[in-house]
Design a protein around this ligand. Structure first.
Ligand code: OAD
Length: 272
C-alpha cells in the first residue's frame, strides 16, 4: 500500500517519538480497530468498514437488540467467527515488548472487543468496550466467558431462560465503570500516551487523549491518516501500526541506530 509520506520524514519522526518514549516509565496506550486491521479484521469506518455494511442503529444499540435480537446476534456471531482465523500481528506484539520493558508502568486501553491484545500476551489490558468472548444475561445479569472458538446458537439463552447478549458496549450505553476509571487513572498518570489505529471520534474513549495531554504527557499518534487526535499529538507517525510500532519499540532498545531527534519537522500524515 502506498502512503504519501517521505521516508526521511518518517525516519526523523520515529526518532523523535522514541526520544519521548525512552525516558518515560509510565506509558499508556489507546488502541482502536486500526491495530487489528493487519490481522485481517475490518475496521468500523472507511471503505469496507463494518459500518458500511451495517447501520449502527440496527446492530449496536440497546433498542436494536430489543427489536431484533436475531439481527444483532447475526452481526456478532459473524464477528466471533471472523476472529477464529485472526492472529495478533507485529503491532500487537510490539506492545507486548513495550509492557515487558515498563512492567507496572504500562497500561493498554483498548476500544477493541477482539481480544487480540491478550492473545498476543499483553497483561494490563483495559477493554473499555467489552469483549466478544463474553456474554451477559439480560435477565439475571450473569456474565460468562464464551470462547470465540465455540459457535453460539443463533439466539443464545441463559440457564435462567432469558436471552444472552454480547458483553460489549453499544452506542448510548455507559462504559463499565471500574474499567473506565482505571483507564482515566492510566491517562492521568502517564508521561507518554500512545494513540494507535483509532479514528478518535467515539466518546468517552477519545477524551483520554486531551486528558493525558492536560497532565503534561507527550502524545504519539500512529495511524494511516490524520484524525482529531492529531491536534493533540506531539508526533504523528503515519503508516501501518504493524510496521511502525515494531520499529518504534526497537529504537527504544537501541536495536537500530538512534539518530539525534530532529527539531520539529512536518507531520507525515495527510488529511483524509
Ligand atoms: P475506526 O474504524 O473508527 O477507525 C480505525 C482507524 O484506524 C482509522 O483512523 C484508520 O485510519 C486507522 N487504521 C486503519 N488501518 C490501520 C493500520 N494498519 N495501522 C494504523 N492505523 C490504521 O475504529 P475505532 O477508532 O476503533 O465502538 O472506532 C471506535 C469505536 O467506534 C469502536 O470501538 C466501536 C466503533 O463504533 C463501539 O462499538 C461502541
Amino acid at each position: 500500500m502506498h502512503h504519501p509520506v517521505e521516508h526521511d520524514d518518517l525516519h526523523a519522526e520515529l526518532a523523535r517519538a522514541a526520544a519521548m518514549l525512552r525516558p518515560a516509565d509510565r506509558v499508556a496506550v489507546l488502541t482502536g480497530a486500526g491495530i487489528s486491521a493487519e490481522s485481517g479484521l475490518a475496521t468500523f469506518r472507511g471503505a469496507g468498514g463494518l459500518w458500511e455494511g451495517h447501520r449502527v442503529e440496527d446492530v449496536a444499540t440497546p433498542w436494536a437488540f430489543e427489536r431484533s435480537p436475531e439481527m444483532v446476534w447475526r452481526f456478532y456471531n459473524a464477528r466471533r467467527a471472523g476472529l477464529r482465523a485472526a492472529q495478533p500481528n507485529p503491532g500487537h506484539l510490539a506492545l507486548v515488548r513495550l509492557e515487558e520493558r515498563l512492567g507496572e508502568g504500562f497500561a493498554l486501553v483498548t476500544q477493541n472487543v477482539d481480544g487480540l491484545h491478550r492473545t498476543a500476551g499483553s497483561r494490563h489490558v483495559l477493554e473499555i468496550h467489552g469483549s466478544l468472548a463474553r456474554v451477559r444475561c439480560v435477565g439475571c445479569g450473569e456474565v460468562t466467558h464464551r470462547s470465540t472458538e465455540e459457535p453460539l446458537p443463533d439466539l443464545p439463552r441463559c440457564h435462567c431462560g432469558a436471552l444472552l447478549r454480547p458483553d460489549v458496549v453499544w452506542f448510548h450505553e455507559p462504559l463499565p465503570a471500574d474499567v473506565w476509571a482505571a483507564a482515566e487513572r492510566a491517562a492521568l498518570a502517564c508521561q507518554c500516551f500512545l494513540v494507535v489505529g483509532t479514528s478518535a471520534i467515539v466518546y468517552p474513549a477519545a477524551e483520554l487523549i486531551p486528558l493525558a495531554r492536560s497532565k503534561g504527557a507527550k502524545v504519539i499518534e500512529v495511524n494511516l491518516t490524520r484524525t482529531p487526535a492529531s491536534t493533540y499529538a506531539d508526533v504523528s507517525l503515519c503508516g501501518p501500526a504493524g510496521q511502525i510500532l515494531p520499529e518504534l519499540v526497537s529504537q527504544l532498545d537501541g536495536e537500530r541506530g538512534q539518530g539525534p531527534p530532529s527539531p520539529g519537522g512536518a507531520h507525515g500524515c495527510h488529511h483524509p
